[in-house]
Design a protein around this ligand. Structure first.
Ligand code: PMP
Length: 285
């Protein structure tokens, strides 16, 4: 695989980062994952906008022009011959000469930028979407700025392991009795034809897929309500699903052992997945 590190395209084995990089020492960095379908990028504009916002919130600069960043994405897709898959991008606060809690002077310590591809043939047509996934609920004990897409992903990783241990696919996190989001996706329920998903705020990440799906839902005359909900309400819903850049719209058929609706992917989730894939492919660049 050919990867991109600080201005260079390199074989992955030759790509090196300092042990003093603050991404490595302190999880001081942000990331984005952009999907590739038909060799084209899905919603690059959305991902680059959120990247700029995440960096701004942490007083970090993007070490490359946005136009050049698009070219790096495209070049990696080309060099690695990706038809379906993802591009991972990470920007960290770089490698100062010593470990220190205070941020280094950005003029002396340039940030580190890394991009690599993940080849996932069959990503859009995965059989998992036809079956749906099962989730458990866990307490959300993450930090309070979940709107920033930081690389501190230890608790979501632990949540994923708790799900695996329980024999299911993922976990929904709950704070003050209300569902925040999945370990790496936004959570939704459908009741009497209405799509319900938590309102934006510092408690959840503003998913790029969420934004697109809510727009497509409204264009298709579906009703959307942005508010928080409990696990009990979700278990009693007609449908449930999650969205993320790499799973698109994924039906949820079981929550904490209780079947949701008929226990199979519901019509709203199935329809939204179709619309999302169709519209995103059309708009891909
Ligand atoms: N919430 C969290 C916590 C996530 O990690 C992700 C995916 N990175 C999402 C939501 C979904 O965001 P997106 O649709 O931009 O992939």
């Amino acid at each position: 695989r050919t990867v991109y590190v600080n201005g260079e395209y390199l074989p992955e084995a030759d790509a090196k980062i300092s042990i003093f990089d603050r991404g490595f020492l302190m999880a001081d960095g942000v990331y984005e994952v952009t999907s590739v379908l038909d060799g084209k990028l899905l919603d690059f504009a959305g991902h680059s906008k959120r990247l700029a916002r995440s960096l701004g919130e942490l007083d970090m600069a993007l070490p490359i022009e946005m136009d050049d960043l698009l070219e790096v994405h495209r070049e990696l897709v080309r060099l690695n011959d990706i038809n379906e898959g993802m591009i991972y991008l990470q920007v960290t606060r770089g490698a100062p000469s010593d470990r220190d809690f205070a941020f280094p002077d950005p003029d002396e310590t340039p940030s580190t930028i890394v991009l690599f591809t993940q080849n996932k043939p069959g990503l859009a047509d995965t059989p998992v979407a036809k079956k749906g996934i099962k989730v458990i609920s866990i307490e959300d004990i993450r930090w309070g700025r979940r709107d920033i897409k930081t690389i501190q992903l230890l608790y979501p990783s632990m949540g994923k392991m708790m799900a695996k241990k329980a024999g299911v696919d993922d976990a929904w996190m709950v704070e003050d009795g209300m569902v925040t989001e999945g370990t790496s996706n936004n959570a939704y329920i459908v009741k009497n034809g209405k799509i319900i998903t938590r309102h934006l705020g510092t408690e959840i990440l503003a998913g790029i897929t969420r934004n697109a799906v809510l727009r497509f839902a409204e264009e298709a005359q579906m009703t959307v309500e942005e508010r928080s909900f409990t696990i009990a309400e979700a278990q009693d819903a007609d449908e449930a699903f999650v969205t993320s850049a790499s799973t698109f719209v994924m039906p949820v058929v079981e929550i904490d052992g209780a079947q949701v609706g008929a226990g199979v992917p519901g019509p709203v989730a199935v329809r939204l997945r179709e619309i999302y894939l169709e519209e995103s492919r059309k708009a891909a660049i």
